[in-house]
Design a protein around this ligand. Structure first.
Ligand code: EPU
Length: 302
């Protein structure tokens, strides 16, 4: 979707929005997959309601892209513009046991920032790639920690009302890789309440998680983490492994030979390749184990 030639572009500029024309989203995602569109960078939260009104008036479809680490984006020219909150110098501060963090902040960066101030609890999240906003939306978790347990307040743009609102943690449901946020809510800031813990102890916990992750996950390859959610009581990775599918491919999309629930872009994989591989593996798991695997990765495709 191209809007740089439209009159709307001038108005967006007045609002301080940066317009980047023809951005390849393959450069913005950890999978290295994604087509092309115009990107709007919103440096000031306060302008979001006005920007959204302008886009709605002009009937311009849009999507918010966070860290790009858990998303599979379609190929070719995309039918929506992408909105992005900048990640340079996002705000983080600590007051007692509370941490106030911008959604654009890097998740691992937040964990270490808090650790250095003797606030722990989130050690398991250290190697989870992505932004704090994405982690909130998905209730990211690893090694027994889920971010939702620590959330006390979320400031968000609520598309349903067109306003920036503050939601209390108790009013949000955090389930396994799922939350009660509306799909078009945009995370802006979070207040977390974290247990006090000496930095050295937190660091030891972080080291253990890092080692476990390094030993079992393909960290240096292009992936979106786990492709499927684990079914209740089961393990998607173990089932795919038992089917002997490590290294199995569709074009350049490949089941990791290190962890079978990680699908890798082993070259120039397209979204179509990845979807073929996902469907193929899902079908084989259904046939052999009678279980329907649900995507964990978010699919952006019209
Ligand atoms: N397993 C295999 N073969 C494989 C992969 C796993 O046999 O190729 C076995 C393991 O040996 C283990 C079991 O399956 O007995 C579970 O594996 P693992 O401990 O790696 O955890 P997982 O259930 O596959 C989950 C999360 C990960 C998270 C880890 C660590 C999901 C879908 N995945 O993986 O999160 O990092 O636990 O806590 O919930 C993600 O969300 O993207 C993600 C990677």
């Amino acid at each position: 979707m191209r809007i740089s030639e439209k009159p709307l572009a001038a108005r967006l500029k007045e609002l301080g929005v940066e317009l980047h024309a023809g951005v390849s989203l393959s450069e913005k995602t950890s999978l290295g997959i994604g087509g092309t569109t115009d990107e709007l960078v919103l440096r000031r939260f306060e302008t979001i309601p006005e920007v959204m009104r302008l886009l709605a008036d002009e009937k311009i479809p849009h999507r918010f892209l966070g860290g790009g680490t858990n998303v599979l984006i379609d190929d070719g020219e995309l039918p929506w513009v992408v909105l992005h909150l900048p990640t340079s110098q996002p705000g983080m501060r600590v007051e007692g046991n509370a941490a106030y963090v911008d959604a654009a902040a890097d998740l691992g960066g937040m964990v270490t920032f808090c650790a250095k101030r003797d606030l722990g609890g989130m050690e398991g999240l250290i190697g989870v790639p992505g932004s704090v906003g994405g982690a909130l939306r998905m209730n990211a978790g690893a090694y027994g920690t889920q971010i939702g347990s620590y959330v006390r307040e979320v400031e968000l743009y609520r598309a349903a009302t067109g306003e920036i609102e503050t939601v209390r943690g108790n009013d949000i449901r955090f389930d396994y890789r799922h939350t009660s946020f509306a799909p078009d809510d945009v995370m802006l800031r979070v207040k977390l309440e974290l247990p006090s813990k000496p930095f050295k102890e937190i660091l030891a916990g972080i080291k253990v998680c890092n080692e476990k992750r390094r030993a079992s996950q393909p960290l240096n390859q292009k992936s979106a983490g786990c492709i499927f959610k684990n079914p209740p009581g089961g393990s998607a990775g173990r089932m795919i492994d038992e089917l002997g599918l490590k290294g199995h491919r569709a074009g350049d999309a490949m089941v990791s030979d290190r962890h079978a629930n990680f699908f890798i872009n082993a070259g120039k994989a397209s979204c179509a390749d990845m979807l073929r591989l996902i469907d193929d593996v899902r079908e084989r798991v259904r046939t052999r184990f009678g279980m329907e695997l649900e995507n964990e990765v978010i699919l952006w495709k019209n």
